[in-house]
Design a protein around this ligand. Structure first.
Ligand code: SF4
Ligand code: SF4
Length: 91
């Protein structure tokens, strides 16, 4: 199963309260922006013109990769509140 297949089997209960908060000032100093490359759901985007990182937390798969790979402490990461977030439908 690849990521496209997996995304077809997911639903999201979107919480208005983000479960990932980015310190964008720290991101301006980042020399690799590994979060952009490693997020399987393409939640992160870097804008070279504005020098700002943006995130779409609503489609996060809650894998934790970005939190592990960010070596600058720029992410305040938690699971969504109970009842919210991704729901994998495997049947
Ligand atoms: S979240 Fe971390 S890895 Fe991503 S751009 Fe910011 S500092 Fe870099
Ligand atoms: S937890 Fe996984 S899916 Fe969610 S934003 Fe981070 S890398 Fe992307």
């Amino acid at each position: 199963m690849n990521i496209e297949n997996l995304q077809q089997l997911t639903q999201f209960q979107i919480d208005e309260q983000p479960h990932i908060i980015v310190n964008k000032e720290i991101c301006k100093t980042c020399d690799h922006r590994a979060c952009v490359q490693s997020c399987p759901a393409n939640c992160y985007t870097w804008d070279e013109e504005t020098k700002l990182l943006s995130i779409v937390y609503e489609t996060c798969l809650e894998c934790g990769t970005c939190y592990i790979i960010c070596d600058k402490g720029a992410l305040d990461w938690s699971y969504p509140r109970g009842g919210y977030g991704v729901c994998f439908r495997l049947t």
